[in-house]
Design a protein around this ligand. Structure first.
Ligand SMILES: Nc1ncnc2c1ncn2[C@@H]1O[C@H](COP(=O)(O)OP(=O)(O)O)[C@@H](O)[C@H]1O
Ligand SMILES: [Mg+2]
Length: 229
């Protein structure tokens, strides 16, 4: 990590609250957080403290109530509509606990989706999708419909889809929460390899100690701040 660089992502004085009928839930209160290219960060802590909310804010899936978010110095909160969707598709990969693959489509069709959305040429999209499926150990299953694959295989398809555009950042929310130990380990290793090889920044919410220990930095949310563990 080179702190003299501009952060890849800069969270500046960000606040986020949720309101129910009777109370206010404070997640972030003027929180600051700098994330540098190539870092690997585990976000840990008890259920309900706001880990997913933080990931959604970093990934522009949710907006803070106030504050700024910069990506390579650009003001992300000024992005709207198509510009925001294009940014997300090109720069950010998401993996969630539940894979959200498109049922009825094959593994390769799912992995091709981000490239097709970005209007890339079909042949090259197909090639990168196959490459990535090979990376996750699924080259022999590429034509299978995703609902015919096992849970671990489906999660690896989701990972291939998240990585196929070679995003600058991979945001993973309890990516192996539903997997057995063997499949978890292969997903962990793959994320780690790509972090090292491509310099892809990795931010992972996890309850898995082994995975958290693989990350260079560990943070949690406390009193509205993002703090080291
Ligand atoms: N859209 C929402 N509306 C209201 N409350 C929410 C919403 N999303 C999350 N919350 C609340 O905010 C808190 C943090 O949620 P979350 O970020 O999902 O926590 P974690 O991922 O750490 O379990 C929880 O109390 C949750 O119920
Ligand atoms: Mg969560």
């Amino acid at each position: 990590m080179d702190n003299t660089q501009t952060p890849l992502i800069k969270i500046e004085s960000v606040s986020k609250n949720f309101h129910s009928k009777t109370s206010k839930i404070e997640i972030l209160n003027n929180a600051d957080f700098d994330i540098y290219k190539g870092e690997s960060i585990a976000v840990v802590g008890a259920s309900g403290i706001g880990k997913s909310t933080l990931l959604h804010i970093i990934g522009t899936l949710d907006k803070p109530d106030s504050g700024n978010i910069f990506f390579q110095g650009k003001d992300l909160l000024s992005y709207k509509g198509e510009q925001l969707a294009n940014f997300r598709n090109a720069k950010i990969g998401f993996v969630f606990q539940f894979h959200y693959l498109l049922q009825g489509f094959s593994a390769i069709e799912n992995v091709m989706m981000p490239g097709l959305i970005a209007n890339k040429k079909k042949k090259s999209v197909e090639k990168s999708a196959l490459n990535m499926l090979e990376r996750v150990g699924l080259s022999l299953r590429y034509s299978h419909r995703v609902e015919d694959l096992s849970g671990g295989e489906q999660q690896r398809v989701a990972l291939a889809r998240a990585l196929v555009m070679k995003p600058k950042v991979l945001l993973a929310d309890e990516p192996t929460g539903n997997l057995d130990q063997k499949n978890s380990e292969s997903v962990h290793e793959l994320m780690n390899e790509l972090n090292k090889e491509l310099g892809m920044t990795l931010i992972v919410v996890t309850h898995n100690n082994k995975l958290a220990e693989m990350m260079k930095r560990k943070v949690t949310l406390m009193d509205g701040n993002i703090v080291p563990v």
